[in-house]
Design a protein around this ligand. Sequence first.
Ligand SMILES: CC(C)(COP(=O)(O)OP(=O)(O)OC[C@H]1O[C@@H](n2cnc3c(N)ncnc32)[C@H](O)[C@@H]1O)[C@@H](O)C(=O)NCCC(=O)NCCS
Ligand SMILES: Nc1ncnc2c1ncn2[C@@H]1O[C@H](COP(=O)(O)OP(=O)(O)OP(=O)(O)O)[C@@H](O)[C@H]1O
Length: 201
Amino acid sequence: MKIIGLTGGIASGKSTVSNYLDELGAIIIDADKVARDIVERGKPALKEIVDEFGIIVLQANGELNRKKLGEIVFSNKDALEKLNAITHPKINEQIKNEINWHKHHSKNSVIILDAALMVELNLHKLVDELWIVYVPLEIQRIRLMNRDNITIEDANKRISVQLSNEEKLKLANRIICNSGTLEDLKKQVLEHWLDLRDSRI
Ligand SMILES: CC(C)(COP(=O)(O)OP(=O)(O)OC[C@H]1O[C@@H](n2cnc3c(N)ncnc32)[C@H](O)[C@@H]1O)[C@@H](O)C(=O)NCCC(=O)NCCS
Ligand SMILES: Nc1ncnc2c1ncn2[C@@H]1O[C@H](COP(=O)(O)OP(=O)(O)OP(=O)(O)O)[C@@H](O)[C@H]1O
């Protein structure tokens, strides 16, 4: 089994890349999905979040109001640190459990661990190779605003709370540049995938 860490800033194109790698036969562990699982109704993290931020962050049906919590934490560093202190240990634990499960059940596979906060969560230490999806800031901002239908101010806030591209690039084994078309992106991903396969034979 080989574990590839796939990281990059918000809206750099990681999910687009991991969807393609999924089609090529990789197993995907998506940190955003894990982060959603651990705050489901009835899970301890949700109670801790409500204790910290109040019932304002709940919807009428008792589920987390993600939009509301996002507005709070991406505008306030202390609030984000409090949310991270609740969620990050649990995200880390679940990801490690998923990796261990695959170690026993999917021995010959390639696992893609897709996480924006790979380095912040110290998950890069678990992977065999680190791939970075790089996108220049101006394009990143426009794609984020379009995808999430948010203002330039909100896009800047979300970008500014993450490690810079430069810091991530220093750690990368492979760089996927996503400033071009989706076809350009797919072509690069296929090249890396084939190269990885050849290096495993
Ligand atoms: C604040 C929350 C509720 C907002 O939810 P929302 O549905 O709007 O966003 P979603 O979870 O899909 O995240 C979208 C992107 O935001 C960025 N992001 C999310 N959380 C964080 C964070 N704590 N710090 C920096 N960037 C973050 C990532 O690039 C992520 O891919 C949610 O992001 C959350 O619970 N974050 C804390 C857990 C976490 O760290 N998740 C990221 C794991 S890599
Ligand atoms: N080469 C491209 N050309 C045009 N649009 C693109 C390209 N690559 C990705 N996108 C679009 O940019 C947006 C961000 O991509 P994606 O959701 O894959 O990013 P992400 O890195 O997974 O984001 P997050 O950190 O929030 O999980 C999406 O709307 C996606 O369709």
